[in-house]
Structures are given as structure tokens and as C-alpha cells.
Ligand binder design. Structure first.
Ligand code: COA
Length: 189
């Protein structure tokens, strides 16, 4: 079934996946809830192809002020998404359960997100678990001029191996050729 927009009803499953994939980077359910309600376009869940109610991955993303991502587990986005103030897109999290990795699902999810991210001049993220080579496939790299101390401190909050990456247009936007609604839920195909 692929990716569809996340709803508050999905949060229990999303939290279970987050606990499995990020045991050392915990975030509270109210932080997830706030991102889903504040910027639903950037929050997706991945559904199993056969068991269509089974959520097997998710991504959380939203606009930010240039190089000012929220710290892990907060603070809240509310009041920080003024369209005049935000000027960069931020991929906060992309997590797929182990058994569903290696099938191109991350690439498909990023193609959906790319359509939203392309409204902003650049996109950034904090890469963890040595995934920089994965993100490089989508054009992300460490800024050649480095980052300031405040951002560097924030990045360290994600662990010693965390690195800040930035890129421009990414993904194959043509892959998300259709969006359809079922029971008021938005699916991507
Ligand atoms: C990283 C992750 C999202 C990739 O998901 P996936 O569905 O397996 O990715 P895809 O199948 O779309 O792979 C796309 C490409 O990335 C490559 N790739 C996947 N994981 C990689 C990694 N950790 N390092 C380098 N390359 C990687 C694949 O080989 C594939 O390359 P190809 O197109 O040349 O064959 C998934 O492994 C995951 O959830 N990991 C745990 C959480 C995590 O690390 N999230 C990112 C943190 S910032």
C-alpha cells in the first residue's frame, strides 16, 4: 500500500516503531502529536503491502528557520512555522522496521516529502547511525563551511555519530504521480 499521510490515530504504532528503531533517542508522544497536527503534509506512515493496516515505518518533516531545527524531544513547533520566518525544510526522522528495509520504501517516502521540501531553497537533517552515505545518495552533504556552535551543540544531542547534512532538490518527484483519498486519509502512489 505504501505511504500515506499520518493521523493522530497512527501514533500508537508510530511510537512502537520509534521505540524499536531509536531506543536511545526517545521522544514523547505529545511531540509527535504536535508535529502531525501542525504540519500534516510532512508526516507520513508506511503501510505493509499485504496487511494494509500494519504500519511499518514513518517519517516526520517540516519547515524551520534556516539551520534552527528543534532540539530532540522538543521544543514545540507552535508559533515557529510563520511562513515569513521559515526558509528551510527539515527531515526530522525517517524510520522503517528492519524487515521492510532494502525494498526502496525510504526512497519512495522521500519522493513524497521532496514535493513539499521543494518549496524551500534547501533541506537539512541530522544524520545518525552512520547513515551519511544513505543521505548522500539523495544529494545531502555536510555544509562545506561547517556549522555554528549552537547548531553543533544541538547535533551532539543526537549522539556522537550525528552529523548535520544539507541538500537542495532531492528524490524523484515523478514517482509520486498520484494522491488519492480513502476514508478521509491521503494515500500516495
Ligand atoms: C535508513 C533507512 C530509512 C533506509 O530505508 P530503506 O527502505 O532500506 O532504503 P531504500 O531501500 O529506499 O534504499 C535506498 C538506497 O539507499 C541504500 N541504503 C539503505 N540504507 C543505507 C545505509 N544505512 N547506508 C548507505 N546506504 C544505504 C540502499 O542500498 C539503496 O541504494 P540503491 O538505490 O543504490 O540500491 C532504514 O535503513 C532505517 O529505517 N534505518 C534505521 C533508522 C535510520 O537510520 N534512519 C535515518 C536516520 S537519520
Amino acid at each position: 500500500m505504501g505511504w500515506r499521510q499520518m493521523t493522530l490515530d497512527d501514533l500508537k504504532s508510530v511510537m512502537e516503531i520509534a521505540d524499536k528503531v531509536h531506543p536511545n533517542l526517545p521522544e514523547s508522544e505529545h511531540v509527535f502529536a504536535e508535529r502531525v497536527t501542525t504540519f500534516p503534509e510532512g508526516c507520513l506512515v508506511l503501510l505493509d503491502n499485504e496487511k494494509e493496516t500494519l504500519i511499518v515505518g514513518y517519517t516526520i518533516s517540516h519547515p524551520i528557520r534556516h539551520r534552527q531545527p528543534p532540539a530532540l524531544d522538543g521544543p514545540m513547533l507552535k508559533g515557529r512555522l510563520d511562513p515569513l520566518a521559515v526558509d528551510q525544510y527539515y527531515i526530522h526522522d525517517l524510520a522503517i522496521l528492519r524487515d521492510w528495509r532494502g525494498f526502496g520504501f525510504a526512497t519512495e517516502g522521500l519522493a513524497v516529502i521532496a514535493k513539499v521540501a521543494d518549496r524551500y531553497p534547501t533541506t537539512c537533517l541530522i544524520s545518525v547511525y552512520g547513515t551519511e552515505p544513505f543521505w548522500r545518495l539523495f544529494g545531502f552533504q555536510q555544509p562545506p563551511g561547517g556549522i555554528d556552535a549552537a547548531l553543533s551543540d544541538k547535533v551532539k544531542g543526537y549522539g556522537e555519530d550525528a552529523v548535520f547534512l544539507e541538500g537542495r532538490a532531492f528524490g524523484e518527484a515523478s514517482m509520486t504521480s498520484s494522491i488519492f483519498n480513502i476514508n478521509n486519509k491521503k494515500y500516495y502512489h
